[in-house]
Design a protein around this ligand. Structure first.
Ligand SMILES: Nc1ncnc2c1ncn2[C@@H]1O[C@H](COP(=O)(O)OP(=O)(O)OP(=O)(O)O)[C@@H](O)[C@H]1O
Length: 292
C-alpha cells in the first residue's frame, strides 16, 4: 500500500500541494482528479521521488519508501519517458533489462505487451514514427514491462480514442490486479468506470477522497420517477419533496422530509408507474460540487 502523508510542496511563496494525504491500496484503482494546475503531477512526482517534498512523507507498506521500492514501481510521467528516435521493442527490452529481467524474459515480456496492443509489426519502428495513440500505448508498456509492484500513471488515457481506451483499460485491469494503482485523469466518465477509490484535489488540497460508491451516495437522496403515460408534474404539490426536474412523465426529485417508502406509496397510488429508482449523481456533478 502507498501512503501519502501530509505532502506539501512550495515554490517561493506559493504552495502548490498543501498537506495532501491519501492511500492507494493493493488491488484497488485510485483515480486522481482535479482541475488543471490542482497539483496532481507535482504530487505524483513526489511519490516517485523525482521531486523532493517541502514537507510530508510517503510510506510503502507502513515504512518510509526507499529508492529501491520506487524503482520497482511502474511510472508513466507527464513528460513521458521514452526515446523518440529508438525502435520501440529495443527500448522495452532495454527497460526490462534495467529492472533485472534476463534477455529472454525481457524479450518475451516485450512481445506479450506489443501483441496486446497489436504493435508486433511495428516492433522495429522508432517511437516517433507511431501515431500519438500508439506512442501512448508504448509508454504504458514501458511502465508495465518489469512487472511492477505498484503503478503511478500520469494521465495514461489522454489523447486516446475510445477503442484504444478500452484496450488500455483491459490491459490495466489484468496487469494491475492485486497492485496499488494510482492514475490521474480529466476524463471523469472513465474514472467512474475504472476506479474503486477517488482523490479529488483542488488548488493543492484534497477536497474529497474515498470509495467512489461512498462519494456518489452521499448528499441528497435523489429519485427518478417515471409514470406510465401520465404527467409527473403533480409531484410538485407533494410536501417533503424537492422537484428538480419534470419532463412529461419523468421527474427527478430529492427527498426533503418524506421517506422513500412514503414516496413509493404516493406514486403507486397516483397511477400506473414505470419506475421509481434511486438516482445517484454522476461523478462530474460531485466533482463540480466539491471543487466549487
Ligand atoms: N517548477 C515549478 N515552479 C513553479 N510553479 C510550478 C512548478 N511546477 C509546477 N508549478 C505549479 O504548480 C501547480 C500545480 O501543477 P501540477 O502540474 O502539479 O498540476 P496538475 O494538477 O498536474 O495540472 P494538469 O491537470 O494541468 O496537468 C501549477 O500552478 C503549476 O504552475
Amino acid at each position: 500500500m502507498i501512503d501519502v502523508q501530509n505532502l506539501t510542496r512550495t515554490y517561493g511563496d506559493t504552495t502548490v500541494v498543501d498537506d495532501v494525504s491519501f492511500s492507494v491500496q493493493p488491488g484497488r484503482t485510485t483515480g486522481f482528479v482535479g482541475a488543471n494546475g490542482a497539483g496532481k503531477t507535482t504530487t505524483m512526482r513526489m511519490i516517485m521521488g523525482v521531486l523532493a517534498p517541502s514537507a510530508g512523507t510517503v510510506l510503502w507498506n507502513g515504512d518510509p519508501i526507499t529508492a529501491e521500492v520506487r524503482r520497482s514501481f511502474g511510472y508513466m510521467p507527464e513528460e513521458r519517458g521514452l526515446y523518440p528516435r529508438a525502435p520501440i521493442a529495443e527500448q522495452l527490452v532495454y527497460f526490462a533489462r534495467l529492472h533485472g529481467l534476463s534477455r529472454a524474459q525481457a524479450s518475451a515480456r516485450t512481445e506479450e505487451l506489443l501483441s496486446h496492443f497489436s504493435l508486433v509489426d511495428r516492433a522495429d519502428d522508432i517511437l516517433d514514427a507511431l501515431s500519438l495513440g500508439n506512442q501512448q500505448r508504448v509508454q504504458i508498456a514501458a511502465a508495465l514491462v518489469h512487472e511492477p509492484r505498484a503503478l503511478v500513471l500520469d494521465e495514461p488515457f489522454s489523447g486516446l480514442d475510445p477503442v484504444a481506451v478500452d484496450s488500455m483499460v483491459d490491459l490495466l485491469t489484468r496487469e494491475a490486479a492485486g497492485l496499488p494503482l494510482l492514475f490521474s485523469s480529466h476524463q471523469l466518465d472513465l474514472v467512474e468506470r475504472l476506479c474503486d477509490d477517488l482523490v479529488i484535489l483542488s488548488a493543492g488540497r484534497v477536497v474529497a477522497a474515498g470509495p467512489v460508491e461512498d462519494l456518489r451516495s452521499r448528499g441528497a437522496d435523489r429519485y427518478r420517477i417515471e409514470m406510465q403515460g401520465a404527467d409527473a408534474a403533480w409531484l410538485r404539490d407533494v410536501q417533503g419533496l424537492q422537484v428538480l426536474d419534470v419532463d412529461g412523465p419523468v421527474a427527478l426529485v430529492d427527498l426533503d422530509g418524506i421517506d422513500a417508502a412514503a414516496l413509493s406509496r404516493l406514486v403507486v397510488d397516483h397511477g400506473p408507474v414505470v419506475e421509481i429508482a434511486r438516482a445517484r449523481p454522476p461523478l462530474s456533478e460531485i466533482f463540480r460540487e466539491v471543487t466549487r
